[in-house]
Ligand binder design. Structure first.
Ligand SMILES: [Zn+2]
Ligand SMILES: [Zn+2]
Length: 180
């Protein structure tokens, strides 16, 4: 049991991301350009497509107290305009698509070709691996942000661009865009 528990603990720790905002913003109200006041984050239910930003952080102008999440959204688009999904992320995604989605289809072939009904169990068995594969996929993608060139990875989640997760390393300022 302790093995499973320590695995689950590690899994949770890896999956967990920390919200935050450490980039200067210009207030549209008073023109003050400085680090905004970050007062935690709130869940957002809206699904955004394309490259529309979703900001979870509760951000206000340090000078006048105005909510400046709009400015944060614009900043997110600007910052991550050139950020690409890392090749490792794309590779894991591709392998997942191949393994978990194509395998059940391919495994239908023996049953169709031979007509042996029992062989229809093959794709069914393969399908039961989809959920564990999704967990593994997300784990592999999340562990990308446990590493950074600076040696002190501390990625803060800044928001979503479409369905891509945008992170910034607090230590070196490196930007990271991930998809899961
Ligand atoms: Zn202001
Ligand atoms: Zn770093």
């Amino acid at each position: 049991m302790s093995g499973i528990n320590s695995f689950l603990k590690k899994y949770r720790e890896t999956m967990e991301h920390h919200h935050g905002w450490q980039v200067e913003l210009t207030c549209p109200e008073c023109g003050n350009a400085s680090l905004p006041v970050y007062s935690g984050w709130k869940p957002q239910s809206s699904m955004n497509f394309g490259d529309k930003p979703t900001i979870f952080a509760d951000l206000t102008c340090a000078a006048c107290g105005r909510n400046i999440e709009d400015a944060a959204g614009k900043k997110l688009v600007e910052l991550f305009a050139d950020a690409r999904i890392p090749p490792e992320n794309r590779k894991v995604f591709f392998l997942f698509a191949l393994g978990a989605l194509a395998a059940p289809v391919v495994l239908l072939i023996p049953a169709i070709v031979t007509g042996i009904a029992l062989l229809y169990l093959l794709p069914v068995i393969a399908l039961t691996f989809i959920l564990p594969s999704i967990l593994l996929l997300n784990y592999r993608i999340a562990s990308i942000r446990n590493r950074c060139e600076c040696g002190k990875p501390e990625f803060l989640f800044m928001g979503l661009l479409g369905r891509a997760y945008c992170y910034r390393c607090s230590c070196c300022g490196r930007l990271l865009k991930l998809r899961d």
